[in-house]
Write a protein that binds this ligand. Sequence first.
Ligand code: FAD
Length: 335
Amino acid sequence: MDNRDIKSFKGVWVFAEQRQGVLTPVVIELLGEGKKLASKIGVELCAFLAGDNVDDLIPELIQYGADKVYYVNNKLLHNYTTDGYAKVLEKAVEEYKPEIILIGATHIGRDLAPRIASKLNTGLTADCTKLEIDEEDGKLLQTRPAFGGNLMATIICPETRPQMCTVRPGVMDKAIKDTSKTGDIIDVKVDLSEDDIRTEVLDIIKIKKDMIPLTDADIIVSGGMGIKNADGFKLLKELADILGGTIGASRATVDAGWIDRSRQVGQTGTTVRPKVYIACGISGAIQHLAGMQDSGIIVAINTNPNAPIFDVADYGIVGDIYEVVPQLIELLKDG
Ligand code: FAD
């Protein structure tokens, strides 16, 4: 494949990551973003799906906007393996030549994307938070935070194709489902054998989750160092439970060992956009704001009236969380 023959590459592809036959939520966001990019450059939006009998996902991908689904069906793709998935995606790209490939910046996406970029000898921008098409030359402008979130870097892939990026989950708007939409299915044949795969998945152990995942919650009650100790999260959980929400946290509390890392909101944690985000004893460092400032309504409770969190808050309560939160709980119980 001549990756410098730019004109021979067409279409926007979304890598349809799935685990045990369930699409990873970021795929719906990538389809939403991919549609915007594809319509700007006047090309098709396509999904690339690989797996072992995951045909059930094809209608979903089409209804969420894919005009075409490139599908590789092989029992060796039952579980994700770097070798297996990298081989089939690489071969499909060589054959069908998409000009843009969007991959979620998930554990799988972060593993797969650099290998594909390296095999195809093209560029990759990791962890993008904004994508646009350059009005002048149609190139993909890929923006991502740099230097600890203090700078936003916009990167282009000038001379080779495909233009590849991983996209941070929770940042792009989700595609809207259209149950009447139709699309084409392309059965991609790749010669994959056991010898191609150097690893074997022996078992998959699911982490027990007693709380709603951050990205699924409409309401997040998030704690910072102002809660003083790990027990503070019990109080916040009480509030979250009454509201039907879940618990988030600043990195400082995670580093202190007060709560599990899966709860961290921010640049090096999870990006969230709940309907309501209640920040309790969180100062509002730029790295924290990067992960929650697009929430619907932000409520901040902080003893310091000058805390930066109040700059992004819709409602601010200057006060001690140990006085304010119990009162909120009582009010909600009464109401
Ligand atoms: P503090 O900054 O110590 O703030 C505590 C706040 O609580 C203060 O505003 C104080 O006024 C208030 N307070 C104190 N007592 C009370 C009380 N009784 N009632 C109410 N309010 C009270 N941080 C993240 O959160 N997420 C990230 O993903 C992240 N990534 C990072 C990446 C890099 C590369 C770096 C350098 C830093 C990152 N950080 C991240 C850390 C970030 O810079 C801050 O250090 C951190 O967010 C501060 O956490 P905090 O607000 O809980 O603590």
